[in-house]
Design a protein around this ligand. Structure first.
Ligand SMILES: Cc1cc2nc3c(=O)[nH]c(=O)nc-3n(C[C@H](O)[C@H](O)[C@H](O)COP(=O)(O)OP(=O)(O)OC[C@H]3O[C@@H](n4cnc5c(N)ncnc54)[C@H](O)[C@@H]3O)c2cc1C
Length: 397
């Protein structure tokens, strides 16, 4: 039986662990942290990700902890509706509804589904040896493990990727991001709408969605700013800075932001798709393979797709796991690279500073919606949600 070691017990690593163990493959996860934990923030799981969660048997668990919303609405910064899609319409088009969840809740559901004894905590990988009859991972505590296949699912600053291909080359995008999770009860005045909302304005995008029913509102707010370069998800900033930044945007947004006590701020860096994910018996998955800007809400969704396809590829090539890895990469790299590049373009098109350019964008959204029933958002992104990573037919030859 093929033995797979996964480095990193995040959303991608645990999904892969579930998919692999359900395929009858022996799997072990090595996580650097002393406990499985996530930052306090939301994550949107589009139909392509929900299909994977259904296949590994945790869809119901995820829906129980998801936010409740009826519509996905895109507006301009003053509140004019650009597009509006009902969740029922989404389900009819893509076969299942998307969900928005707290990252910690999602991680709990995934961790509960992983068989006992699979995850080892406190194991920080410092390097891998990919070439030989077995692959080897080395840890900061001096220990080593070996496996037939090692998967680097260790996130955006992946030690496995650096060990295989050298340090990466992040490029500052000139954009920053603020985030907060705001209790709906803390918002003064009228309760904000529980739609999944995207607001597009000059130099910025604001994304809002509910978590845990309608209890919490997840806020991710982007802005063009050349002056801040710190790439950390956990550096705090003041509420006053956020309110000042979005002064002039719709009053309901500012009222919502006033209810947020804790705000985080980080600089958005971009990385080109890398030309290779695999060396010998070691490959990459999730942000380690394809870090991307957050404009499509697809980083975690792509990590989930990776896990499902990896299990299918290793099953299809059970006699030779190295050939299985090659098929995994041939299947996944073109799609994930396309998503990385599309997310980059989406950031530019969301932040258009010129009023006329923004009007042209909104007009083209309206036309696309009218012409293509399978593109309810009008942004040409139906190919993201319709992908079925769980189908055996998904594998490239
Ligand atoms: C603002 C923002 C909003 C986002 N919104 C969405 C969204 O709505 N939808 C969506 O799909 N995606 C979203 N994403 C992207 C998504 O969060 C990531 O793509 C996703 O978390 C990647 O999962 P991962 O498992 O690959 O990496 P991670 O979640 O980073 O997990 C990596 C794991 O590896 C561990 N680790 C790290 N180094 C080592 C090591 N050396 N040894 C052992 N373990 C190690 C870490 O502790 C961690 O547990 C967003 C990202 C941002 C920044």
């Amino acid at each position: 039986m093929t033995r797979v070691a996964i480095i990193g017990g995040g959303i991608g690593g645990l999904t892969a662990a579930n998919a692999l163990s359900q395929a009858g493959i022996e799997v072990a996860v090595y996580e650097a942290a002393a406990e499985l934990r996530e930052i306090g923030a939301g994550v949107a799981l589009h139909a392509n990700a929900m299909r994977v969660l259904r296949a590994i048997g945790v869809e119901d668990g995820v829906r129980k902890i998801a936010g409740r919303s009826e519509y996905a609405v895109t507006r301009n910064w003053k509140g004019r509706v650009i597009s509006k899609t009902s969740r029922k319409q989404q389900a009819a088009l893509f076969g299942l509804e998307s969900a928005t969840v707290h990252r910690a809740d999602l991680l709990d559901v995934l961790a509960d589904a992983v068989p006992e004894g699979v995850v080892t905590l406190g194991k920080r990988c410092v390097g891998v040896l990919p070439d030989g009859d077995v692959a080897v991972a080395r840890f900061a505590d001096g220990s080593e493990i070996e496996a037939d296949i090692i998967v680097g699912a260790d996130g955006i600053h992946s030690a496995v990727r650096a060990s295989l291909f050298g340090p990466d080359a992040p490029r500052f995008t000139g954009k920053i991001c603020y985030r907060s999770v705001i209790p709906a009860a803390a918002v003064p005045g009228m309760r904000p709408s529980s739609d999944n909302g995207q607001w597009l304005g000059p130099h910025g995008t604001i994304v809002l969605y509910p978590l845990r029913g309608e209890e919490l509102i997840n806020v991710v707010a982007h802005y063009d700013d050349d002056g801040y370069r710190h790439e950390s998800w956990i550096t705090e900033c003041s509420r006053a800075e956020v309110l000042e930044r979005y002064a002039g945007w719709h009053e309901s947004l500012l009222r919502l932001f006033a209810g947020g006590d804790t705000w985080y701020k980080w600089a958005l860096y971009d990385r080109d798709p890398i030309p290779q994910w695999t060396r010998g018996r070691v490959t990459l998955l999730g942000d380690a393979a394809h870090p991307m800007l957050p404009y499509l809400g697809q980083g975690a969704c792509q990590a989930l797709e990776d896990g499902a396809v990896l299990a299918t590829a290793l099953t299809a090539e059970a006699a030779d796991p190295v050939t299985g890895l090659a098929r995994y990469e041939r299947t996944r790299r073109p799609r994930a690279s396309r998503v990385v590049l599309t997310a980059r373009e989406r950031g530019l098109s969301n932040h258009l500073p010129s009023r006329w350019a923004a009007l042209r964008r909104d007009l083209s959204i309206a036309v696309r919606r009218r012409l293509n029933r399978r593109d309810p958002e009008g942004r040409g992104a139906g190919w993201l949600a319709s992908y079925d990573a769980t189908s055996p037919d998904v594998l490239a030859a």
